[in-house]
Design a protein around this ligand. Sequence first.
Ligand SMILES: C[S@@+](CC[C@H](N)C(=O)[O-])C[C@H]1O[C@@H](n2cnc3c(N)ncnc32)[C@H](O)[C@@H]1O
Length: 347
Amino acid sequence: MIFSKYIMGWPSMINRPQANDTAKPKKNISTTSVGSLTALKTFSARSQMALQMSGGPDTIAPLLIGNVSLFGPNIPGSYFFTHIYLFLARCHYYLTGRMFADQLAECCFKRVMRLGEIACLQARTCWLDDVVDTFADENKGTQFNVVILGAGYDTRCYRLRSITKKENIHLFEVDAPGTQQMKRNALKHAKIECSGVHFVSCDFEHEDWMKCLESQSNFNHNLPTIFVWEGVSMYVDREVVISIISQISRCAVGSCIAFDYVFSDCMNAALKKSAEKIGEPWKFAINFDEVENLIEECQELTQRKVALRVLDHLRKDEMKKRYLAKYSNGNHVGYLEEFGAFCLVGI
Ligand SMILES: C[S@@+](CC[C@H](N)C(=O)[O-])C[C@H]1O[C@@H](n2cnc3c(N)ncnc32)[C@H](O)[C@@H]1O
């Protein structure tokens, strides 16, 4: 939160949407030519994890990050500043063994934070990697789809051995046009092979994403499909969340969607205000024990007679147990806030 407010907040003041982007007021900045700043933030955190803390799972992020501007596209010299920022962040970590953002957050919240935000993103990346790997294993040798929804700078299509460069596996990335264009430029400059990935641009709030997927690519909904929907549910309205989850029922039995969400109890006015300030307002939140009801609502919208089932549903303690290493004294490396949870729904 601190990071988004102080480091990622100010560029949005400068990165005003272009004239033709302002047709609809209060549009999420991701859909404008500026692209998503929060996608850059999570991407930067994954890259720092891989570079600084001796190896996070996102090994492609450090290769890609030199080709984006963490401060958005419309600031002169911003690529140069991005490199300076990453260098300083790395030096700070080597010298102090702490993240600057954690130290800043500690001053405000008066509790020790170790890799606070980064640990949470690391656990999220690991869980979703596991979900995709398991799906690929279960469908080994058959044709299936992997769809990354609201992909941002997600690198799974380029780094997960279970799915990259396989003829039977069809890879898709769906994202808001502005963000996607910036990612594609970065992939091109970094010379990362992406010819096997189908890029589909879509605004979840104003377009039917499944129709976009079918009209802009050769997406075959008769195949089993794994949808990864990481760090996006909070940016769309409840009806959109329900529609996205229910639409997986159009695909073959065995399909699933993995996503994370923020607890309503944690979405306070200050957080909402800071998200609004950077141009990516938070709209959806739900508490852990309300998810079953949400899935029932999704069930009512399904067009085929298939049952949506919650296959995995994890909160902080389980994520810690599965994905955070421990010091010899038993404490976990990293701090996870009870802020939201992770859910896998399948048919
Ligand atoms: C916090 S980023 C997460 C990116 C990536 N999944 C990750 O975890 O790093 C939010 C993503 O949602 C996308 N997004 C937000 N609102 C959207 C909308 N209305 N339509 C399409 N994509 C949207 C943004 O473009 C951005 O890529």
